[in-house]
Each structure stands twice: as C-alpha cells, then as structure tokens.
Unconditional design. Structure first.
Length: 353
C-alpha cells in the first residue's frame, strides 16, 4: 500500500480521546465526589477535617477533565454536543449548580467556625447531587431516545424524557461507584481507626456496586436488542467473557485488600498493598466502561447518531489537533506532578489550602 493511500480516521481518534477524558474525569473527580457522598458517614469534626484535607489539593484540578471532555465533544462532535446538551439541559444544569455549591463549600469551610455545618451540608449535598445527575445522564444515553421520539422534540428544556427507572438506577450505581473509589482513596491515604473505617465501608460499597453492575448488565441485555445481539450472538459472549471474569477477580482482590483488622493486631500488615483497593475499584470502572463501549459502539447517541455522522468537518478536526498535541500532554503532566508532590499519607504534608 502506498503512503498516499493510508488514511487516518480522525473521528475515531477523537472518539478515543473523548473516552480517555471521560475515564480520567470519572477516576479522578469520581473519588473526590465520593468523599462528599461518604461525608455524612463520618461523624466527628476531626474525621470530617481529615476527609476535606485529603482532597483539598486536587479537587479543582480533577475537574479539568470535565472541561477538556466537554471541549472535545463540542469541537469534534458538534451535532452530538447540541443534541445531548439540549436533551439533558436540566440534569446538566443541576449538576453544574451542585458542583458550584461544593466548590464554594471548600472555599468557606476552611475559614468558617459557626457556619461550618452548613458548608459541610453544601459539600456533601453538592457532591451527591452531581454524582446522581451524572449517573442519570449516563443511563438515559445508554437507554437512548425512545422509538418514535424525535431529538428536536426531546430537546425541549421541559422534557423529562431522561427520567426513567433505568436512569434512576444508574444514578445510584454511579453514586455507589464514586463512594467506593473514595473508600479506596481514604484507605490509601489514612491511618489506624479511620483507615479501618474506610475499609469497612469499602467492603459494603463493593457488594453494592457488584449488584448494580449485574443489574445494569442484565437490564440492558433484556431491554436493548442491539446490545443483546452484540453480546450473545454467535461466539461473542465467549470472546467478551474476560470482562465479567476480570470484574469478579478485581472485586475479590479489593475485598481481600480492604483490611478491617485492628491496627494493633500482630496480623495487621501496616502499609502493605494499601493502594490495591483504589486501583481495583478503578479497574472495575474501566471494565464497566469497556462493556458499555462494546454494547454501544459506534453510536454516540444510540440508534440515532454514530461518531462519524456526528463528527465535524475534517478541516475542523485537523485544526483541533494542534490544541490536542499541546494541551493534553500538559494536563497529564501537571496532574501526575500534583499527585506525586502530595503522595503519601495526609499527615505527611501541610494543609496548604
């Protein structure tokens, strides 16, 4: 094949970049939203201060990936951006207001005294509502626009087409997953009693997340003909079986590594494999993401818009490449640097917020 005959599929490239941005946002902002979801489960002021300090240095940087993913969707897939933002206008606005409330809570909680309980409430409520809205949007996208409903009709701000039993379930599923990431993060960054408490919550959340993953998988296979054919026709299930098998294995490892034994016990191996639960939870998200990709590809909006039909003209995609080449490495570099600087236990560095 001559070099001139080799083509580069720009829409597919930007689809992969978009998927990477979404996963990075879910992984990084997921655990700090999860801290807010877990916040009411920690009663004492010292515990709440510990939770806030654990993410005070990274929470705003984590949201960079939400902006980056939105820019990619807007610039590379404008048709899908227009359809999704108009159809899900209400949950997106609720999510953004919730993120604003939790951001304000960060700024004022560290400087308040008598009003601190109100900022705790704003932080926890904002985190929970934002996570739930993200899960509902995901569920509505997976379920798709019902047959016979035109996108133009569904794009009215007053439309409640995104509120279904399935999307409500995925809302709670995402909340559970984020809380599990937070439990893994706290287990990795804490010591003694608080670490054991995080492990106990982590095990409960792990069981709940597996239930939700199984329920969502069964529901989509039964409800969505295309997904059922993709998974069950021919030998497809055999080829795709590593996804559920690896999910079960990761869950078993996470359960084992969430050590709930007393810190004073001779059997307690201090600081050994403490990062395993967090990365196992991240692996569960990655496998779940892969399962959705298998079922939905190549659609951005199921049954209505593929990534190629939603893509911008090649000239726009080529121009966007300059921004990708410059900013994606920079975002990755300062994210890695930030986490490297603040590695270790929370007590190992100053507040600095």
């Amino acid at each position: 094949m001559e070099l001139s005959q080799i083509t580069f599929d720009l829409p597919l490239f930007y689809f992969l970049i978009l998927g990477f941005a979404i996963f990075m946002y879910v992984l990084l902002d997921g655990f700090d939203l999860g801290i807010g979801i877990l916040f009411p489960w920690f009663e004492s002021k010292a515990e709440k201060d510990h939770l806030m300090r654990s993410i005070s240095h990274v929470w705003d940087g984590n949201e960079t990936w939400l902006i980056f993913g939105g820019v990619i969707l807007f610039a590379a897939f404008p048709a899908a951006y227009a359809a999704l933002t108009s159809t899900f206008y209400l949950p997106i606005m609720i999510m953004l207001f919730a993120l604003i409330f939790r951001g304000v809570a960060f700024e004022y909680r560290f400087k308040s005294d008598r009003s601190k309980p109100w900022w705790d409430f704003a932080f926890s409520t904002g985190s929970t509502v934002a996570a739930f809205c993200q899960g509902m949007i995901l569920g509505a996208v997976v379920q798709g626009i019902p047959a016979g409903v035109n996108i133009a009709e569904a794009s009215m701000a007053s439309s409640w087409i995104w509120v279904t039993p399935f999307s409500v379930m995925t809302g709670f599923a995402v909340m559970t997953g984020y809380a599990l990431l937070a439990a893994g993060y706290l287990y990795m960054k804490s010591r003694d009693a608080l670490q054991i408490k995080a492990a106990k919550y982590g095990r409960r959340l792990l069981v709940a997340l597996l239930f939700f993953m199984m329920a969502v998988s069964i529901w989509t296979v039964i409800d969505q003909v295309e997904i059922r054919q993709r998974w069950l026709s021919g030998l497809n299930f055999l080829w795709l079986s590593p996804l559920p098998i690896l999910s079960i294995l990761l869950a078993c490892v996470a359960w084992q590594r969430f050590d709930t034994r007393n810190a004073d016990s001779d059997l307690h191996e201090k600081h050994v494999h403490e990062n395993w639960p967090f990365w196992c939870a991240a692996g569960l998200f990655l496998l779940g993401f892969a399962g959705l990709l298998v079922g939905l590809f190549p659609y951005l909006i199921p049954r209505q818009m593929t990534l190629w039909s939603a893509a911008a003209p090649d000239s726009s995609l080529q121009f966007l490449m300059f921004g990708i080449v410059i900013f994606l490495p920079l975002i990755c570099a300062y994210t890695l640097w930030g986490y490297r600087v603040f590695s270790g236990k929370i007590e190992d560095y100053q507040e600095g917020y």
